[in-house]
Write a protein that binds this ligand. Structure first.
Ligand code: SF4
Length: 731
């Protein structure tokens, strides 16, 4: 209803546009004036920016970069700057909801947890313990990952537990384990500022990890090489851009290695002292001649020479990668080929010299270190008797309770549900109906379940709509713990506001379920807060590569983030930059790193007469994953409200398509309809690109069920499609 002032035309909306002075932020909108600020860490991506969350009257009203934080020095990207809105966004889950007579309705927490425990136990009694699967996320705090891992593996006694991190970082994990004997990114952000030559491979950091550009910008001497099939914003920053063909990166890396060997650019002293497999690798590389590699990649022989000479002669060479490498059915071999280049040239364990995976989610690293999914906590190995015995002692449990092999990975849990081997599923803070490849197969699998639980900060989501039980979780800004970023820097996450309605921190939900299952006293004796989990995790990590034993929450608050390893009694400053393998002693049985041979193969689904184009998927700076949060934040939604399809003008002309026309993207599995067409030379002829964030234009309606055989990461980046004018546009 209009106010009298509006009716008279004299409403100047004084309150909306009023300004005020904030001691931290200066002259700001009065609506964003905080009565106090809480130090925390951004809850979106793995860059791990330190931030200040402004609170007024118990509500989050502003977000600012923390000027003292070593990662971002006060800067934030658009998502970080608007992150306070995520807490108050519409669609938060506020009450437990149980499906009765086909409808979800409110229940008490005690009924929700009792029903969940009863249904999971019923399924396990009927079909065996392994009939329960659990899929979590990269967005809990490390303390919650540690607690959840123990609860699932030792309390529920099912090994089939994985994270959605398998959809983004499992390839880097498996690649590190094969090359160096353990997971763990070796380098530091400082390497971007110190390297002579930086090769970014399948890493559009300007869009996906924007604050890392600050570290690149701090290096005026670097030569930046960017290899990507699409002319991304990051490619535009390059000194040398390599427009390689889709999924030819492994051939490129093998080709560079061939030239390093052939042209005497190998650091033989390093190779002889610290690696194994050199002679086998040299024999293997013989066929990766510049002519052969040029034919696969589409790059010229001169470009291949230029890259080999630049990287081979660099005193400090860095190779960083992210999803362009990981989202591949030959991703692990590609990571091994990256590590080969670093080892052949001795570019590891020194300032400016590292192979470096840029992680996806804010705490994907935490689940890798502590989570009990692809490794036992502390990067221990399931297959190691000594590792299992050590954990059994630390936990005061019989060693037989510690699993001897990892359970099914995420895609295999879905396959097992499809085959009715998994009958109960618990999904935590992820939205597979939008994010999992080949959506229709996923829907069939979820439809087979006897009991399906989603625990999330938001409801309804496309996934939570399908469940039997919704557990409302507190989200970032409402709970406490730690995140670890891509450079192994542990930072504190602090609660600033209360969760809405009856929502609870994930940690409290895990303890409540443990209580109902009767394993709380055994697994979590005396625990009442995430700090109890952190203290135990510190002792479990002691002596491991990811040693947290010298880190305390107080030190994190004081220093704004500390890189592991940081053993108890460390005399170095917590602020010091640490790298792995400075002593060149690797985590393999021999202490030597492995040079590995991985042969290039064409990607699984090649273009055909019916589906002549290669679809590449990716992200945009405004949005996060499936837009559960960012789609509900007006400024981010307004900046990027819909999906689009990029197509080269040559293909658009051949198909008779016009800019901004609505088109359908069709594969052998399904179709995405009425996508806005953008005609641009950012993509090469024969290729199209589409962001994967939008449920309304779900790219995973067309992507395929192809996975890396080792990491089980999906081959999201290439599938064969055709593009046609949408029906309404044709008429
Ligand atoms: S770069 Fe990542 S961590 Fe930093 S503000 Fe943006 S989303 Fe948050």
């Amino acid at each position: 209803m209009k106010t009298v002032r509006e009716f008279l035309g004299v409403d100047i909306q004084r309150e909306q546009y009023a300004y005020a002075d904030d001691p931290l932020a200066g002259h700001v909108s009065a609506q964003r004036l905080a009565d106090h600020w809480v130090k925390t860490t951004c809850g979106y991506c793995s860059v791990g920016c330190g931030m200040m969350l402004g609170i007024r009257d118990g509500k989050a009203v502003a977000a600012r970069g923390n000027p003292d934080h070593p990662v971002n020095g006060g800067k934030l990207c658009p998502k970080g700057l608007a992150e306070h809105h995520a807490i108050t966004a519409p669609g938060r889950a506020t009450h437990p909801m149980l499906r009765r007579n086909g409808r979800l309705s409110r229940v008490s927490w005690s009924d929700a947890i009792a029903t969940m425990a009863m249904e999971f136990r019923r399924i396990q009694e009927r079909y065996g313990n392994e009939a329960i699967g659990v899929i979590s996320t990269g967005q809990l705090v490390t303390e919650e990952f540690y607690t959840l891992g123990k609860l699932v593996q030792l309390g529920l006694r099912t090994p089939h537990y994985d994270g959605n991190t398998t959809l983004c970082m499992a390839t880097a994990v498996a690649g590190y384990k094969r090359s160096f004997g353990s997971d763990g990114p070796p380098g530091a952000y400082e390497d971007f500022a110190l390297a002579d030559v930086i090769l970014l491979l399948g890493a559009n950091i300007a869009e996906n990890h924007p604050i890392l550009c600050r570290h690149l910008d701090a290096n005026p001497r670097k030569t930046l090489i960017v290899a990507d099939p699409r002319v991304t914003k990051t490619a535009m920053m390059a000194d040398l851009y390599l427009p390689l063909r889709p999924r030819s990166d492994l051939a490129l890396l093998n080709g560079i290695a061939h030239l390093l060997v052939r042209d005497g650019l190998v650091d033989r002293a390093f190779v002889d002292a610290h690696t194994e497999g050199y002679s086998e690798l040299c024999t293997f590389l013989e066929r990766y001649t510049p002519e052969y590699v040029s034919g696969i990649t589409g790059l010229s022989i001169a470009q291949l020479h230029q890259v080999a000479v630049l990287y081979g002669r660099a005193k400090r060479g860095m190779i960083a990668w992210t999803m362009g490498v990981n989202h591949s059915s030959i991703g692990v071999e590609t990571v091994n080929a990256i590590n080969n280049l670093a080892l052949l040239t001795g570019n590891i364990g020194r300032p400016g010299a590292s192979p470096f995976s840029i992680t996806g989610q804010c705490n994907a690293m935490g689940t890798r270190e502590a989570g009990f999914t692809s490794s036992l906590p502390g990067y221990r190995k399931f297959e190691s008797e000594a590792d299992r015995a050590e954990l059994a002692t630390l936990w005061n449990l019989p060693v037989e309770r510690i699993p001897t092999a990892r359970g099914l990975a995420y895609p295999d849990i879905i396959e097992a549900a499809l085959a009715r081997k998994i009958r109960g599923l618990w999904i935590i803070a992820t939205n597979p109906v939008v994010s999992f490849p080949n959506r229709d197969v996923l829907r069939q699998a979820l439809g087979n379940l006897e009991f399906f639980v989603v625990q999330d900060g938001f409801h309804p989501t496309p996934t939570s709509e399908l469940v039997d039980l919704v557990l409302p979780a507190a989200t970032w800004g409402e709970k406490e713990g730690t995140y670890t970023n891509s450079e192994r820097r542990v930072s504190k996450v602090s609660p600033a506001v209360a969760p809405p309605g009856e929502a609870k921190p994930d940690f409290d939900i895990f303890l409540a379920l443990a209580g109902q299952l009767g394993c709380a006293d055994e697994l979590f004796p005396g625990w009442s807060s995430p700090r109890d989990a952190f203290e135990e995790w510190r002792s479990v990590s002691a002596g491991r590569l990811c040693d947290y034993s010298g880190i305390t929450w107080e030190l994190l608050e004081e220093h704004g983030g500390i890189q592991w390893p940081f053993p108890a009694g460390t005399s170095e400053s917590p602020n010091g930059v640490r790298r792995l393998y400075e002593e060149c002693f690797f985590q393999t049985s021999t202490g030597r790193a492995r040079l590995l041979c991985g042969d290039w193969k064409p990607f699984p689904e090649q273009p055909s007469a019916d589906f002549p184009l290669v679809l590449n998927t990716g992200r945009t700076v405004e949005h996060w994953h499936t837009r559960t949060k960012t789609g509900a934040i007006p400024i981010l939604h307004t900046l990027s409200p819909r999906a689009w399809l990029e197509m080269n003008p040559r293909d658009a002309r051949a198909l008779g398509l016009r800019p901004h026309q609505r088109v359908d993207v069709v594969s052998a599995r399904g179709a995405v309809q009425r996508v806005e067409l953008r005609i641009t030379e950012i993509v090469a002829p024969g290729q199209v690109f589409m962001p994967f964030h939008f449920v309304e234009w779900n790219a995973n309606a067309v992507t395929q069920s192809e996975f890396d055989p080792v990491s089980r990461e999906p081959n999201y980046k290439q599938c064969a499609v055709r593009v046609e004018a949408s029906a309404a546009a044709r008429s």
